[in-house]
Ligand binder design. Structure first.
Ligand code: 3HC
Length: 334
């Protein structure tokens, strides 16, 4: 579209909007162009509200489902110290889910509706959590690679234009950085242990590396949401930009661990100033996000069971809130 056509289109759309709405749209556009924050009280285009609700709720679901592969190892952690650290980490993930559902609610969709979308299998969550944690080394690989990828993807989200999301991300990223260090430390100990332990660490990295790279989402040319989300300052970098940043960051870390990354095409490219890396299996990614990964069925069964087993807690909390309200009303009336 050329400039006069764009001006004409804008004039037509301005005329179609009411005057108040136009002023609100102008204010929103100004906030975005100044790189300021949009708050829940501000008017926002429906598309902005919708894509944020989508992204933030998918992120919240990922945190909650992501508790499962790790919680699976709490009873089998090799020492009391490891157990306590892992429990704290799993609790952190629950907290992340809570902040994110709260941020999503400020966009107008109640948490029970978002939760129901997950339980009905209508909402996505991160592909990575559909892979099993088979050995203790997998807990290290999840911490180092999965939380490492999460940090790389999520630090720029601390600057997301929507205030409640950006603020939630600040605390989440601090905790994720502790998570990554505990994963690194598990792998470091294993890779400097017996040959069997080192092999176990390498095997875990071999299985989690590719799926961790896919956490950044499809390649840019197949990412329908990136362009608009970047124009709205929700996403600050494209999927491929962040994936590249992650690869560049992990190569020296793998060397320091004494482990190798399972990619024969991984090679420093002097000209680009980045590592070149091999093609990822995007058919596998599509299959996992459409419900056919190794653990999709198990993860959803567990989530549904946990939801129904926790019904009494929700009922008790609602009853307590009702009693407190009645009690307060009585006091005011007295
Ligand atoms: N797993 C599952 N679905 C994915 C995905 C993945 N790894 N990557 C992309 N998708 C989905 C998108 O949600 C989108 O689906 P939809 O249009 O039906 O909603 C579709 O594939 C197309 O992808 P796009 O690139 O167009 O989507 P986005 O612009 O939303 O980008 C994203 C995807 C990079 C994951 C972005 O949403 C994002 O940055 N989200 C916030 C971070 C997040 O959710 N991380 C999940 C991991 S949480 C975590 O790591 C917990 C920690 O404790 C380890």
């Amino acid at each position: 579209m050329n400039a006069p056509q764009a001006d004409h289109l804008k004039a037509v759309s301005d005329a179609a909007l009411g005057e108040d709405e136009q002023a609100a749209q102008n204010y929103f556009d100004q906030l975005i162009s100044e790189d300021s924050r949009v708050e829940p009280r501000d008017w926002m285009p429906e598309g902005y509200r919708k894509t944020l609700t989508r992204q933030v709720s998918q992120h919240a679901h990922s945190e909650i489902i992501g508790m499962q592969p790790e919680a699976n190892w709490i009873t089998r952690a090799p020492s009391l110290k490891r157990k306590a650290i892992l429990m704290a980490k799993v609790q952190d993930e629950a907290g992340h889910g809570l902040y994110l559902y709260s941020a999503a609610e400020t966009l107008g969709t109640p948490r029970d509706v978002l939760n129901q979308q997950l339980l009905d299998g209508k909402a996505k969550y991160s592909s990575i959590f559909n892979y099993p944690a088979r050995t203790w080394a997998d807990i290290g690989a999840i911490g180092w690679l999965v939380d490492g990828a999460a940090i790389c993807n999520q630090v720029p989200l601390c600057r997301a234009s929507y205030g409640p999301y950006g603020r939630a991300m600040v605390r989440i990223c601090k905790e994720e950085s502790f998570h990554q260090r505990q994963g690194w430390e598990i792998l470091y100990e294993l890779s400097h242990g017996t040959p069997e332990q080192k092999q176990m660490a390498q095997d875990a990295v071999n299985r989690f590396y590719g799926p961790a790279l896919q956490m950044f989402g499809p390649p840019d040319e197949d990412s329908p949401n990136s362009k608009q989300s970047m124009a709205w300052n929700i996403k600050r970098f494209s999927n491929d930009e962040l994936r590249q940043r992650f690869v560049d960051m992990m190569v020296p870390q793998a060397e320091a661990l004494g482990l190798t990354l399972p990619d024969p095409d991984l090679k420093w490219n002097e000209e680009r100033g980045h590592y070149d890396y091999g093609k990822l299996d995007w058919n596998e990614f599509k299959s996992v996000i459409s419900g056919h990964g190794p653990c999709n069925v198990q993860r959803m069964q567990r989530r549904r069971a946990a939801h129904s087993e926790g019904a009494w807690v929700r009922e008790a909390a609602a009853e307590y809130a009702r009693k407190m309200e009645a009690h307060n009303a009585e006091l005011i009336g007295a």
